[in-house]
Design a protein around this ligand. Structure first.
Ligand SMILES: *Cc1c(COP(=O)(O)O)cnc(C)c1O
Length: 222
């Protein structure tokens, strides 16, 4: 039997106090999410909109939901009313859509900009150059109903820890540069979401402020 509550307490006791734990509950049933909830965990991450909506209906409403997977623009409207953070914003078009949906209900949605740092081609995200040219254009400043809180990235899925570390360090460097150049006077731009079950200790050493952990809490997914 997997001790979900025990795993959470153990991980939290070892994480630095400035690092937020997002419990990634994708594919896991509501009964298991409740075990994590009962241990005090309130921030949960899901990667699919349908699954997130279904679970949200069945779970306590003080849960802070983070969307961590690719979001199609036509689905933004379903989560904008309640989502605590969209960590996986990977296009200006999506950011604009989230903004206009949020404007309709006068809500501000916190977002992270996802940067592509892995060598796999399948992973979504901006290239740093692309993101810098968007930031230079000033278009993001016009979006009043999104709050850009930082960057998110996923390292290559590999046992090569030297490589993983260098990808995280690269994301950290991108964060520092972007913070300095575009968000220097903005205390809310403060997050680097990086680190999953297999690599979060390295991510934390490289400056992560938010780790997204699934299997190490809930057990392997089928
Ligand atoms: C599934 C997922 C995670 C968690 O993965 P684990 O290896 O189970 O910790 C983290 N981030 C994203 C974006 C994911 O899709």
């Amino acid at each position: 039997m997997i001790d979900i509550a025990g795993n959470i307490l153990d991980i939290k006791s070892k994480l630095p106090s400035n690092v937020t734990l997002v419990a990634v509950s994708k594919t896991k049933p509501v009964s298991e999410i409740l075990k994590a909830y009962d241990s005090g965990q309130r921030i949960f991450g899901e990667n699919r909109v349908q699954e997130l909506l279904a679970k949200r209906d069945l779970l306590p409403n003080d849960i802070e939901w983070h969307l961590i997977g690719h979001l199609q623009t036509n689905k933004a409207k379903y989560i904008v009313p309640f989502v605590s953070m969209i960590e996986s914003v990977d296009s200006l078009k999506l950011l604009k859509t989230v903004n206009s949906e949020a404007a309709k209900i006068s809500r501000t949605v916190r977002c992270l900009l996802q940067i592509h740092i892995a060598s796999e081609e399948t992973k979504f995200g901006f290239s740093p150059e692309e993101l810098i040219s968007i930031l230079d254009s000033g278009e993001i400043n016009d979006l009043q109903y999104v709050k850009v809180c930082g960057l998110m990235g996923m390292a290559t899925y590999t046992s090569d820890t030297v490589r993983v570390r260098s990808e995280f360090r690269y994301l950290s460097d991108c964060y520092s540069l972007i913070k300095k150049r575009y968000f220097d006077a903005d205390p809310l731009f403060s997050d680097i979401s990086m680190g999953m079950s297999g690599d979060y200790t390295i991510a934390v050493e490289e400056g992560s402020t938010m780790v997204r952990l699934g299997s190490i809490i809930f057990g392997e997914r089928k």
